[in-house]
Design a protein around this ligand. Structure first.
Ligand SMILES: NC(=O)c1ccc[n+]([C@@H]2O[C@H](COP(=O)([O-])OP(=O)(O)OC[C@H]3O[C@@H](n4cnc5c(N)ncnc54)[C@H](O)[C@@H]3O)[C@@H](O)[C@H]2O)c1
Ligand SMILES: [Zn+2]
Length: 383
C-alpha cells in the first residue's frame, strides 16, 4: 500500500491523502474512525458497480457504526446530467440526510464527477470520499477536485471544484473491469508520461505486458507514479489557470472526437487518438520529432487503442460507421469546446516525450493558439 498526498498550499482544508493498494478495507475503516464523527453516509454508485462491489463497502461502513443509504443510477456517461444529479439530491432529501452527512462515491469517473458535484452543493457542501474503481478514475478523475455534469452543449460544462477528504484507490477493483474499460485509463497514464516524465513513459513501455495481464504489483507501482504526476500538476495550479492546462494534452482533439462519435468512442480511446493527433500537430510545427511520434504510436498500439498503424488510419478515426472525420465538423466541435478563447483554439503542444513546448508569444504559457489552417495542414492534408 502506498500513501500519496495532494497538498494545496493556500488551503489546508483542500489537502488530502490518496491511498493506493490492493486491499484497503482496513485502511478505510481506520480513516473513518480517525476522521469522524460522521452523521449518516450516502454511498453513491452506478448500478453496475453497486452490484459488483457495493456490498463490500456497505459492510465496512456499517461495521464502523454508520447509517448507510445506498443510492444508484444507471451506469454510463449518459447519466452524467443535471437530471441525475437532481434525482440523487431528491433521494438524499427524502432519506433525511443532513449537514453532518458524508458522501462516499464508489465507481468510475462518471460516478466520481456526479457524486462529487452532489457533494459540492447538497446543503451547501458535504464532505466527500472517493473510491475510484476504474483505471481512469484512479489516475485521473479522483485527483484534483473537479466535479460536474454534461449538457447537450458539451462535457463537464456545469460543475464545481470540490476536493475529496481522502481517496482510496483499491487496485482489486480493477479485476472486474471489461478489458476496454481497464485499458482506457492508460491513455491518461501515457499522457502523464508525455507531458511530464520520459521515465514514466519508458516504464509504461517496459511494463505493458504485465499491465495487460493486470499484475497487481506492477499496477501499483505504475499507477502510483502516474498519480504522482497528476498530483504535481494539481498542486502547482489547483484551478487550472496555468500549469494544469498541460493535462489537456490530447483532449482538444479527443473531446471533439468523443462528441462527433455520438459518445460511442470511449474517453480513453478518444484521448489516445487525440494524443497522437496533437503529437503530430506538434511535429508539424517542428516542435517534437517524427521518432517521438512513432514511439507514441507503438505504445498506443500495445495498449490496443489502435488496431493498425495510425498512418493508415488518417483522420478516419470515428468508430462504426467508419467515415472520414469532416474538418468543418471538427472545427465546430472544438470551437464550442470550453478551451476555445476568442475563436482561436488553444492547444498544448509537445517539445519531446516528457516535455511540453512552453511559450510561443507568451513566454510562460502552457498552451498556444493554433490557426485552423495549420490544423488542416497537419492533420487533414498530410494524413
Ligand atoms: N473530474 C476529472 O478530473 C475527470 C478526469 C478525467 C475523466 N473524467 C470523467 O470520467 C468519466 C469517465 O470515467 P470512466 O471511464 O471511469 O467511466 P465510468 O464511470 O462510466 O465507468 C466505465 C464503465 O465501467 C463500469 N465499471 C466501473 N468500475 C467497474 C469495476 N470495478 N468492475 C466492473 N465494471 C466497472 C461502469 O459501470 C461503467 O459502465 C468521464 O465522464 C470523464 O469526463 C473526469
Ligand atoms: Zn481525460
Amino acid at each position: 500500500m502506498r500513501e500519496l498526498r495532494v497538498t494545496i498550499q493556500e488551503a489546508e482544508r483542500a489537502s488530502y491523502p490518496i491511498f493506493l493498494g490492493s486491499r484497503l478495507d482496513e485502511i478505510f475503516a481506520q480513516w473513518l474512525r480517525e476522521n469522524g464523527p460522521w452523521g449518516r453516509v450516502a454511498l453513491i454508485s452506478d448500478d453496475r458497480v453497486a452490484t459488483v462491489h457495493g456490498r463490500r463497502w456497505q459492510t465496512i461502513l456499517a461495521a464502523a457504526g454508520l447509517g448507510v443509504v445506498t443510492l444508484t443510477f444507471p451506469a454510463g456517461e449518459s447519466s452524467k446530467t443535471r437530471g441525475t444529479k437532481a434525482q440523487l439530491e431528491d433521494d438524499l432529501l427524502a432519506a433525511g440526510l443532513g449537514r453532518d452527512s458524508l458522501i462516499v462515491a464508489l465507481g468510475g469517473g462518471v460516478t466520481l464527477d456526479l457524486a462529487g458535484f452532489v457533494a459540492a452543493t447538497y446543503m451547501r457542501g458535504l464532505p466527500l470520499v472517493s473510491l475510484p474503481t476504474t483505471t481512469l478514475a484512479m489516475v485521473d478523475s479522483a485527483i484534483g477536485g473537479k466535479t460536474g455534469v454534461d449538457t447537450d452543449q458539451g462535457k463537464n460544462l456545469i460543475g464545481a471544484f470540490h476536493p475529496p477528504q481522502a481517496v482510496f484507490a483499491d487496485i482489486s477493483h480493477l479485476e472486474t473491469l471489461p478489458e476496454p474499460v481497464y485499458l482506457a485509463g492508460f491513455a491518461e497514464a501515457v499522457k502523464h508520461g508525455l507531458i511530464a516524465s520520459v521515465s514514466h513513459f519508458e516504464k509504461l513501455e517496459h511494463a505493458a505486458a504485465a499491465l495487460l495481464a493486470r499484475d497487481r504489483q506492477v499496477l501499483e507501482s505504475v499507477l502510483a507514479e502516474s498519480v504522482a504526476i497528476k498530483v504535481g500538476f494539481v498542486e502547482k495550479d489547483q484551478r487550472e489557470s496555468n500549469a494544469r492546462k498541460a493535462l489537456n494534452f490530447g483532449h482538444t482533439f479527443g473531446h471533439a472526437l468523443e462528441r462527433l462519435s455520438g459518445w460511442q468512442l470511449s474517453h480513453g480511446d478518444a484521448v489516445a487518438r487525440g494524443l497522437l493527433a496533437e503529437c503530430r500537430l506538434s511535429r508539424h510545427l517542428k516542435l517534437c520529432s517524427l521518432a517521438d511520434e512513432k514511439r507514441l504510436e507503438r505504445l498506443l498500439v500495445r495498449f490496443k487503442f489502435v488496431q493498425e498503424p495510425f498512418d493508415r488510419l488518417g483522420p478516419e478515426l470515428t468508430p462504426e460507421p467508419r467515415g472520414r472525420l469532416a474538418f468543418n465538423d471538427y472545427l465546430r466541435a472544438t470551437g464550442s469546446d470550453k478551451k476555445a478563447r476568442d475563436g482561436k483554439v488553444e492547444y498544448v503542444l509537445l517539445a519531446t516525450i516528457g516535455e511540453v513546448a512552453r511559450g510561443g508569444e507568451n513566454s510562460d504559457s502552457w498552451t498556444r493558439p493554433v490557426a485552423d489552417d495549420t490544423i488542416r495542414e497537419a492533420l487533414w492534408q498530410t494524413w
